[in-house]
Design a protein around this ligand. Structure first.
Ligand code: ZN
Length: 313
């Protein structure tokens, strides 16, 4: 992608916007320096929408002739979202609301250009206090998490929204890597959990911390890292699909603390645990709609990147 001609921040913002846009499309695949996808504005069978990022703008062209306005309307984004030039440092790119079990607002995380974040909590009618104080900290999308049997854990709200677009229930803790709290694990008690680690050291460490906190609390527990992408949003934006993700989760072995998982001689205790959690494996129930599942034949081949996280600690 040719983004060398403008600043890193601008490039990062544009790529974030591009990823968010691509995540809303279907049939996305790389094409030279950009992407092709099914055009959402017409009945498209063969990808005819071309997407490029150029000088801080997302350039769209439907070869069937759909207007930019029609494409934006069909994807649910505003025309101005295509131009990251317009995002001022004082204007949030996204506002993420954290709510309690019944949907009452507890606090918000605001995302600004340059991966900067601010937090605020409601105060009186229409007012805000710009810190979290002693407000109850909860997982993102708590009501959905509470109802779900299987939950994906990712590192940030943007990835949660990407997962939601893939029809999966996902959550994260506020404040990012290294900020998991023991009480968050209680919200996941008895659920099937798959952790998608960001592909960097803080991300892997965070995934390990979260897994360790959930061990014995979650009904089953997996942790994996996606290949050739720093996180779920980038992976989805470059062609990763829901079906592929669920296959990868299926293929990953159950996470165990390394101390109880000798890599050479597996003890009977470990084996029993493995069998039990395989039998109750909830990877398939990650689907909100199990009928939409398509299984690759012979998909039990272990992928090289799957489940490296706990092994090397
Ligand atoms: Zn079109």
């Amino acid at each position: 992608m040719n983004v060398a001609s403008f600043s890193r921040d601008e490039a990062a913002v544009t790529l974030n916007v591009a990823e968010a846009f691509l995540a809303r499309l279907h049939g996305v695949r790389r094409n030279g320096s950009g992407w092709m996808a099914l055009c959402p504005a017409h009945e498209d069978r063969h990808p005819s929408l071309s997407i490029h990022v150029h000088k801080g703008k997302i350039l769209l062209r439907c070869f069937a002739g759909c207007s930019i306005a029609a494409i934006c309307a069909a994807t649910g984004i505003g025309m101005r979202d295509l131009f990251s030039d317009h995002s001022s440092p004082n204007e949030p790119l996204a506002i993420y609301s954290y709510v309690d079990e019944v949907g009452a607002l507890l606090f918000q995380v605001l995302r600004y250009p340059g991966k900067k974040f601010k937090q605020r909590r409601p105060y009186g009618p229409g007012g805000w206090i710009w810190n979290l104080g002693a407000v109850r900290r909860v997982l993102y999308r708590l009501p959905e998490v509470a109802k779900a049997k299987s939950v994906l854990i990712v590192e940030g709200e943007k990835d949660c929204d990407t997962a939601t677009a893939m029809n999966l229930v996902a959550t994260c803790n506020p404040h990012g890597a290294g900020k998991w709290r023991t009480e968050y694990s209680e919200s996941l008690r008895g659920k099937h959990v798959a952790i998608i680690a960001d592909a960097d050291e803080p991300g892997r460490r965070h995934a390990r911390d979260v897994a360790a906190s959930l061990f014995g609390i979650a009904a089953s527990l997996k942790a994996l890292e996606l290949s050739d992408a720093k996180d779920l949003s980038e992976w989805a934006a470059t062609g990763g699909t829901r079906e592929r993700l669920l296959d990868l989760i299926d293929q990953a072995t159950d996470w165990k603390p390394s101390a109880t998982q000798p890599s050479t001689a597996e003890g009977m205790g470990g084996m029993r645990f493995w069998m039990r959690s395989r039998n109750s494996s909830g990877a398939s129930s990650l689907f909100l709609n199990p009928n939409r599942r398509s299984r690759l034949p012979g998909s039990h081949i272990r992928t090289p990147w799957a489940l490296r996280i706990p092994r090397h600690t």
